[in-house]
Write a protein that binds this ligand. Sequence first.
Ligand code: KG4
Ligand code: ZN
Length: 348
Amino acid sequence: MILLGIESSCDETGVAVLKADSTTNTLTILSNSLSSSLSLHAATGGIIPEVAAREQLKYMPQVLKDALSTLDKNEENAVKKVDAIAVTYGPGLIGSLLVGVETARTLSYLYDIPLIPVNHMLGHIYANWIQTGDKRHSISDPKFPALALVVSGGHTDLVVLKGHGDYAVLGGTRDDAAGEAFDKIGRLLNLPYPAGPVIATLAKKGDPKAFRFPRPMWDSKDYNFSFSGLKTAVLNEVRKSKKLSTTEISNICASTERAITDVLVKKTILAATEYKVKSILLGGGVAANESLQASLKAAMAARLPGTMLFIPPKELCTDNAAMVAAAGYFLNDKVSWKTVSPNPELYY
Ligand code: KG4
Ligand code: ZN
């Protein structure tokens, strides 16, 4: 089965072609094209929705063409090989979402291809089922029940999955998401946007114990998160000094990363224990953070030795269309193109 995935919820324009092979039990990427307006937003220190939407419109035709070329050099022949189209319909920015949704609807209508609307957040989770040349060879490797920690620029969610499409959200952020906290703290430190990867790099040179930043909701008996207090604590440190030294900046980065990681790992282990999960799945841009990955691995080795950990490769942690196609394959909720419209506020 050939799936076409389309992702345009924010500032990334992605189109991917995935092959699902029931004989070999594999889900592999044939193409995963991506264009990003990130550099434009770096200049403004954050995303301007109107700018992101215009860039989506500009990029989509070429990204679509590039992705399809893996099936056939002739675009029409290539589209005819597609068995289903999976498209992100929310959550996200309305203008950006519209570009992907209208592209998918048009292809579905013109070529009579079934359309599967996909929740972007589930896409992040389903990135874990894609075979990418590492040791995982089977799509039945992540075992249920599974716990997903989805950590992106807009979300910090713990989701328990009993089976494909059978899930419940255990908790989420009360204010800033983990990625948003990295980005806002980066802004306080005059670091480029998105600051998550920059803070991660600087943190390697810093001392994570230099500042004891708050671990918000550490003792709350739920699976919710809050990161806005952390941002205020960093702001207070920044205000104390006229000009921060390179060492101080690295120390703030390391201490910030440690504070965010500690809370994420603690609540993930708690939830995994309570729900007796067989797998833990990471997803979203912050899942690319090496310190988070290492801390979670260490905590699991100590507390949950029988539980498997799945982490998508970096390029599948951040927004991409392959994850959307993967979610579409497993959820397989085919609908008429007439019924699909963007839902910027979509929850789970
Ligand atoms: O999933 P994603 O690409 O887009 C959203 O759906 O939001 O996540 C983007 C977020 C940004 O906030 C970025 O700073 C953060 O992921 N991020 C990281 C790292 N790489 C990306 N945060 C911490 N460490 C990283 N290595
Ligand atoms: Zn995302």
